[in-house]
Write a protein that binds this ligand. Structure first.
Ligand code: XMP
Length: 324
């Protein structure tokens, strides 16, 4: 807890937020882009209580999201909480625009611009929308104030910047006075599962910054499968929740290997596992050799197209967390 801060009374905070949102929205209609991350998920759960029947969240599948994110939108929001999230499969459109693009900044720009177009089109189908909800939290505001030239990248909200002006909607930011740990507490109280609430950060441009060079479906499938194995093994060994981030990176280099006596020539997966307080600095984590061995064996055995696993042992600085 930060100096001078009182513990949040969750029931009364939620009741207050629901009433405040209701008072602001009145008979209006609210839209939002749900990314599946902690902040937007908590906003989505809150809004679904505050403006029942007039809340229209979208999840944009840009082809670079993880399979587990889409599954979770279905199982948690649609099935468990009954929130009518529209999943827009726009993966063909994004992947086409990204064909042959290697430069990470160009990838981000293409995804960001296309995302805005998709969202504006989807919003246009909701007649008389009045508000746009966003998952801004207190550190986003503090970091933007310290860094007025550009929004701090770590907390940029999935490319939805600029949308309220474009759509002429009023902005709803119900979490803007909360720190991340408080957002998590509110989320748990609203019935979101621990697995969602305690998930590692996942960048808005998604797997695009974890595939070096041009992206395509084959590479995203390889990365998704490898990442699922890393995730399972770290959860199984009890290490996942003590780390800031753990993920796989797809390297477009081929190396020679041997599988069941046959020579292979396949891709490399790098493991990136770090500890951090705020993502500004980070140190690579120690993982027991047995766990590393299991992860590596499973990836090479279960993921077609990979015959080598390496580990990134670079702190930030001088490295960054994502490879881009
Ligand atoms: P780096 O790679 O700069 O990342 O050390 C610091 C933290 O920011 C996350 N990250 C992003 N998050 N959009 C996001 O929403 C992005 O474009 C983006 N780039 C990096 C990264 O995962 C890490 O937690």
């Amino acid at each position: 807890m930060r100096t001078g801060e009182k513990k949040l009374n969750l029931d009364s905070w939620i009741e207050g937020a629901v009433n405040k949102i209701g008072g602001e929205v009145k008979n209006g209609r609210v839209i939002m882009a749900l990314s599946g991350g902690v902040d937007s998920s908590v906003v989505c759960a809150l809004l679904s209580r505050a403006v029942k029947g007039r809340f229209f969240p979208f999840f944009v599948d840009h082809g670079l999201v993880r399979a587990k994110d889409i599954e979770r939108i279905n199982s948690v929001f649609i099935k468990k909480l009954g929130v009518p999230v529209t999943i827009l499969d726009e993966s063909d459109r994004f992947l086409k625009r990204l064909e042959g693009v290697s430069d990470p900044e160009r990838k981000r720009k293409i995804i960001g611009n296309e995302f805005i177009k998709v969202f504006v089109e989807a919003a246009g189908k909701i007649k008389n929308a009045t508000h746009l909800a966003q998952g801004t939290i207190l550190p986003d505001i503090e970091e933007s104030a310290q860094n007025p030239k550009g929004k701090a990248k770590v907390k940029s909200h999935h490319n939805v910047g600029g949308l309220p002006e474009k759509l002429d909607l009023k902005l709803l930011e119900p979490l803007k006075d909360l720190y991340k740990d408080q957002v998590r507490e509110v989320g748990m109280k609203l019935g979101l599962p621990e697995e969602l609430i305690k998930q590692h950060p996942f960048p808005g441009p998604g797997l695009a910054v974890r595939i070096m060079g041009p992206v395509d479906r084959k590479k995203t499938a390889i990365l998704n499968k490898s990442d699922a194995i890393l995730d399972q093994e770290l959860k199984r060994s009890g290490l996942y929740y003590s780390m800031w981030q753990a993920f796989c990176v797809f390297l477009p280099v081929k190396t020679v290997g041997v599988t069941e006596g046959e020579r292979t020539y396949d891709n490399v997966i790098a493991l990136r596992c770090v500890n951090s307080e705020d993502a500004m600095t980070a140190s690579w984590t120690n993982i027991p050799n047995e766990t590393l061995r299991r992860i590596s064996k499973r990836i090479v055995k279960e993921v077609e197209g990979v015959n080598r696993v390496v580990m990134d042992i670079t702190d930030k600085p001088p490295g960054t967390i994502e490879w881009e």
